[in-house]
Design a protein around this ligand. Structure first.
Ligand code: PNS
Length: 160
């Protein structure tokens, strides 16, 4: 059975990778899907985000990464995927994710499963990683080294 892990992934964090790895242990194939609609004004382009995810998941069997446009449910149906897998860190995630899960279920009948994020990553978000890095803080424990290097390079490119 195939599952999809959708998100913005700007950039991918250890929290995302935890959810992707645990999903891969439960499903034959996991497609990590970067939404193009929401990618405007991000730090990385959708293609760069996919490159980083691909690099960071190369040792996890059955995981691939791609971008998608339009509705997640339409993309999932085209790919023959019947399950959306999402991580939940805290209550606010649940409030937001429950509504999307129910809307997605209403649209095509796709199922959503929620995985509780491992506690060591529950405070990690891509937006805070970007903010901390922008203000010269240390993100080395929050994202893989290759991602941290690309964040620093992108910020240097932007400021210089
Ligand atoms: O990183 P996020 O904020 O969890 O990602 C949200 C994402 C990309 C999963 C969500 O915005 C999405 O599925 N967008 C695609 C457009 C869509 O299907 N919208 C209706 C959602 S009910």
């Amino acid at each position: 059975m195939k599952a999809i892990c959708p998100g913005s992934f700007d950039p991918v964090t250890f929290g995302h990778l935890d959810v992707i790895e645990r999903s891969a242990a439960m499903f034959d194939e996991v497609v990590v899907a970067v939404g193009r609609n929401m990618a405007k004004n991000g730090l990385f382009t959708p293609t760069e985000r996919v490159e980083m995810i691909t690099e960071c998941t190369q040792d996890i069997p059955g995981v691939t990464a791609t971008t998608f446009s339009g509705l997640l449910v339409d993309f999932s149906r085209e790919q023959g995927i019947g399950v959306i897998a999402k991580g939940l860190r805290f209550g606010a995630d649940f409030d937001y994710e429950l509504q999307m899960a129910q809307m997605n279920g209403h649209l095509t009948g796709v199922e959503t499963i929620f995985l509780p994020t491992s506690p060591q990553w529950s405070f990690v978000s891509s937006s805070l990683v970007r903010e901390v890095a922008t203000l010269s803080g240390d993100i080395s424990a929050l994202v893989p080294d290759a991602v941290a290097d690309r964040v620093r390079a992108k910020l240097a490119e932007r400021s210089g």
